[in-house]
Write a protein that binds this ligand. Structure first.
Ligand SMILES: CC(C)(COP(=O)(O)OP(=O)(O)OC[C@H]1O[C@@H](n2cnc3c(N)ncnc32)[C@H](O)[C@@H]1OP(=O)(O)O)[C@@H](O)C(=O)NCCC(=O)NCCS
Length: 129
């Protein structure tokens, strides 16, 4: 089950990534037996959505949880495009985004401690027909 998360402290203990809430971002969690096993931090800036971070705990990976978290955003917002940055070596995440229709549209030089990042995007048109 996917639900909005209010307990940010819990999320911030799951991975090295620390969520900080502001006027634009939201965090949703994937619940299994009442426990959060994955989360997605994203920002909604009018017609544009940015994925800030997605994480699934190890034991629950490769079951479609990350796919469904992003699909939830795709299905629940009117947006023009969704963008994100990803480390060029993060093959799992790049494959996940490609499976959802994202394309690489740019390179962010030395974005991650000296490693390049890809800027990826999917437009709303991709899902409409
Ligand atoms: C990236 C991550 C979120 C994927 O979560 P997940 O729930 O395991 O992903 P899903 O099961 O929804 O997989 C969907 C697709 O992603 C790709 N994928 C996921 N794990 C993969 C792996 N280990 N190797 C290759 N491709 C992978 C596949 O295309 C997969 O589709 P398939 O099962 O039909 O092959 C997870 O590995 C994770 O938390 N990694 C650490 C945090 C991270 O790197 N986040 C991304 C920051 S930009």
């Amino acid at each position: 089950m996917i639900k909005k998360i209010k307990d940010i402290d819990y999320i911030n203990n799951l991975s090295n990534y620390k969520v900080t809430l502001n006027n634009f971002n939201k965090v949703i969690g994937y619940y299994f037996d009442n426990e959060i096993v994955g989360f997605l931090d994203y920002s909604v800036m009018y017609e544009k959505i940015e994925i800030n971070y997605i994480f699934v705990i190890n034991e629950y990976r490769k079951k479609g949880i990350a796919y469904n978290l992003i699909k939830y955003v795709i299905d629940n917002y009117d947006f023009e495009n969704i963008t994100l940055e990803v480390n060029i070596n993060n093959i799992s995440a790049i494959n996940l985004y490609k499976k959802l229709g994202f394309n690489i549209i740019g390179i962010r030089k030395k974005y991650y401690n000296g490693v390049d990042g890809y800027l990826m995007e999917v437009k709303h048109d991709y899902f409409s027909n």
